[in-house]
Design a protein around this ligand. Structure first.
Ligand SMILES: *[C@@H]1O[C@H](CO)[C@@H](O)[C@H](O)[C@H]1NC(C)=O
Length: 437
């Protein structure tokens, strides 16, 4: 997730967000009863409708604001790896909030999953899986947390096996091979047979010893229930041009502009042996902002369009959750402003109306290749690449036609009145009924 997850980790700003609204009555009743039946079985859910719940946003987006009936699972972000392989890193506030999270999940028939790692929390994965003794100790530590907090699942968000992430992670050429051995060890632990074990992954399969994606991940498919592809951060302020944060497709873009998409990621993972039905598509309830001069923003027909130059030295400020973190990251580097706008933040900042459509005075373009929207405020010269109800519907349709397992949204609190969640859910609702009936 590159440099921007670090911002999520340090953001402790405040926002009062209205509780979510419910969809049309018949729609929600139908989905709810089907979901209840799905959840009543002990077998893995045939469909995943999920989101991450960020502990550091819980003051602004409390557990009571979650639209529980629309999810099959929720993932608590984030526990971390620690120097001590016997210890999973949970802060004092996690120790208070995580039990409440699990209780709320159980009350609502939603599976409770804990994510370990993330941009700032992956420093010690490599050592935790490096030897048989460490793998055993780490697996027991994970199972200790599972039993202490009564979790239904664990997600490994290792950023990244075999590749550097934040800058000070331990990295080894054998990370991917050792990760597999670890997952196999974990599955054999007492109580782990029915545990949901998943991994949050990049659009490319895990890196092998040479740093390139391995060609065969089929054994991972046996050890994991599913992977969630983090199909966002494809383009951002580190890129040479403004591009789609979370493209559905990029094969229709010029080759030098192909930096990852849902379709190319699914193609890469399935070609390496991960069945489509074990792939959850990670979707983004946020966008990236860029400073783009008017002369760069508009083309000959005075329309905005993607892949334009921007001024890195004038990084716009995003929403309240994008406050510059005071201090340093896990490696001791000074944090930088990311310019992130959550979906609600785009409404707050006047780019969008409350219903999620472009506000008056704001230019809007829906890029037909990436199937994602861009907005531009000519007064402030800020362009944002983000996702809206249309792009979420397109992604839902794709999940359906490609036979993927479902979606995972970063993050539950990023949406506004369930505009995004309802859109992707309704694109998928007939899949839910087909698979459950
Ligand atoms: C300008 O951009 C829009 C939106 O991407 C596109 O539809 C249109 O064809 C472009 N016009 C020119 C002259 O390139």
């Amino acid at each position: 997730m590159r440099a921007f997850v670090v911002l999520y980790i340090f953001l402790f700003t405040h926002l009062s967000q209205a509780a979510s609204s419910s969809p049309s009555a018949s729609h929600s009743k139908r989905s709810h009863s089907l979901l209840s039946r799905e959840l009543s079985s002990r077998a893995p859910a045939p469909f995943v409708a999920s989101a991450w719940y960020s502990s550091w946003h819980s003051n602004d987006f409390p557990l009571s604001a979650v639209s529980w009936s629309k999810y099959t699972s929720l993932t608590y972000a984030l526990a971390t790896t620690t120097k001590d392989v016997h210890t999973i890193g949970l802060t004092a506030s996690d120790k208070q909030l995580l039990p409440q999270f699990v209780q709320a999940c159980k009350k609502n028939g939603v599976r409770a999953i804990l994510s370990i790692g993330g941009w700032g929390g992956s420093r010690y994965f490599s050592t935790a899986v490096a030897t048989a003794a460490n793998r055993d100790a780490f697996a027991k530590a994970v199972m200790g947390v599972v039993s202490q907090y009564q979790l239904d699942g664990i997600e490994f968000d290792w950023e990244y096996p075999g590749l550097q992430g934040i800058g000070c992670n331990k990295v080894s050429k054998t990370d991917t091979a050792n990760f597999l051995l670890f997952l196999q060890t974990l599955r054999l632990q007492t109580g782990a047979k029915n545990l949901i074990i998943s991994a949050a992954v990049t659009p490319k399969p895990f890196a092998g010893p040479d740093g390139n994606p391995v060609s065969d991940v089929s054994v991972f498919a046996e050890a994991l229930n599913y992977i969630t592809i983090m199909n966002y951060e494809n383009w951002g302020p580190w890129s040479p041009l403004v591009g789609p944060n979370s493209a559905l497709d990029d094969s229709c873009a010029p080759s030098q502009l192909q930096r990852g998409s849902a379709k190319s990621a699914v193609k890469a993972w399935t070609a390496a042996g991960m069945p489509a039905k074990q792939i959850v598509l990670g979707v983004a309830a946020y966008g990236h902002s860029y400073f783009v001069t008017q002369s760069n923003a508009y083309n000959a027909s005075h329309q905005i369009h993607p892949y334009v130059p921007f001024d890195k030295s004038k990084q716009p400020t995003g929403d309240k959750w994008d406050s510059t973190p005071v201090g340093v990251d896990a490696c001791g580097h000074k944090n930088v402003r990311g310019g992130l706008f959550d979906f609600w933040g785009l409404i707050d900042a006047g780019f969008l109306n409350a219903d999620g459509t472009a506000a008056s005075g704001i230019n809007y373009d829906f890029d037909t290749c990436s199937q994602t929207p861009f907005v531009y405020n000519p007064k402030t010269e800020v362009m944002v690449s983000y996702d809206d109800a249309h792009s979420f519907a397109a992604k839902g349709e794709y999940i359906k036609t490609a036979g993927l397992l479902g979606f995972g949204m970063w993050e539950a609190g990023g949406d506004s009145h369930d505009i995004l969640l309802d859109s992707i859910r309704s694109a998928l609702d007939n899949v839910i009924s087909v698979r459950v009936d």
